[in-house]
Ligand binder design. Structure first.
Ligand code: BDR
Ligand code: CA
Length: 307
């Protein structure tokens, strides 16, 4: 059985999907969700990525708004497409066929024998919708690995990571339904960096596709370097690495909660790892072999560039 990917389809989401594919895993289906950009742009990005990389797995359209609260996006950091680039960008593609993500996810959970593994790379709205409407099917999820949250700090606000901030109620719903949950947060992902030198390594790997991937990675890396850092943290690909390589990321049992009420701390994830202080409801990624994770990313991008 392959993997289901739930994504808001920015560049690091695409890179995470390439990590999954180049690790030899099959993708059974993809559900799109609003996130760094509104759902309409996410759909355009997905259509363009599917065309550019020859993806044939089904891509379904999910939620455009959070469970509660207002739509929160991040164009101020990532630009109008959610995919900063230093030059070439994904060429436009015909729109994807209309296909409902909720129904597709239900079918996947109903029909397949499992294990049912989900990689979630955006706000958890689609998964929360499933848990609310079909808790019987949510109970068939064997593992949900999510890039999101941040224990020591946020990125979208001082307190909260973007995917958590965009729909904290969804995160709370998923946790409350007992979905086997593994959180790969900002603290972990910030240990794994893409550098400008990686861009050149990819550029030299091939022809037109190498140039495209290099320009997309360059735009992503520039988010970090334009702020005086040496590179840019690899977010979503870290969660993909955790899924495909059991030796790269280590987890420990934890109690994970999310702040729903705080005026300054809404979306903050709170992690308790002391067994005598809480009932554990999840696993928390505590360490990563950063070089190994980088190798997964660079191997995936280089192989795709040469394909
Ligand atoms: C998350 O938001 C986006 O920038 C990334 O794709 C990642 O899912 C990091 O906060
Ligand atoms: Ca994402």
């Amino acid at each position: 059985m392959g993997i289901w990917i739930d994504t808001d389809m920015g560049f690091d989401d695409i890179a995470a999907m390439l990590v999954v594919l180049h690790a030899g895993e099959a993708v059974d289906g993809v559900s799109l969700v609003y996130g760094n950009v509104p759902l309409g742009q996410v759909k355009r990005n997905a259509a363009a990525a599917a065309q550019a990389f020859g993806w044939t797995f089904p891509i379904h359209q999910g939620r455009a708004l959070p469970v509660l609260g207002k739509l929160e996006t991040a164009e101020r950091i990532l630009g109008q497409t959610g995919m900063p680039t230093s030059g070439l960008s994904l060429p436009d593609a015909p729109a994807l066929p209309d296909s409902d993500a909720f129904l597709a996810l239900c079918r996947w959970l109903e029909d397949g024998e499992g294990p049912h593994r989900i990689l979630a790379l955006g706000p958890l709205t689609n998964i929360a919708a499933l848990a609310l409407a079909r808790p019987d099917l949510a109970a068939r999820i064997d593992e949900l690995t999510w890039m999101g949250g941040g224990v020591s700090s946020g990125n979208h606000t001082a307190s909260a990571e973007f995917n958590a901030f965009a729909d904290p109620e969804a995160l709370a719903i998923v946790l409350a339904h007992g979905v086997p949950f593994r959180m790969v947060d900002l603290d972990l992902c910030r240990k794994v960096i893409a550098y400008p030198k990686d861009v050149e390594a990819i550029r030299t790997a091939g022809g037109a596709k190498a140039a495209l991937l290099a320009d997309l990675l360059a735009g992503y890396v520039a988010i970090g370097t334009s702020r005086g850092r040496t590179g840019m943290a690899i977010y979503d690909p870290c969660a993909a690495v955790a899924l495909v390589d059991g030796n790269a990321v280590s987890f420990r049992p934890a109690r994970i909660d999310v702040e729903l009420a705080g005026a300054l701390t809404r979306g903050r994830t709170v992690v308790e790892t002391r067994a005598n202080h809480a009932t554990f409801n999840a696993h928390y990624a505590i360490d990563v072999d950063a070089e190994r994770a980088r190798r997964h990313l660079l191997a995936a991008l280089t192989k795709e560039a040469a394909r």
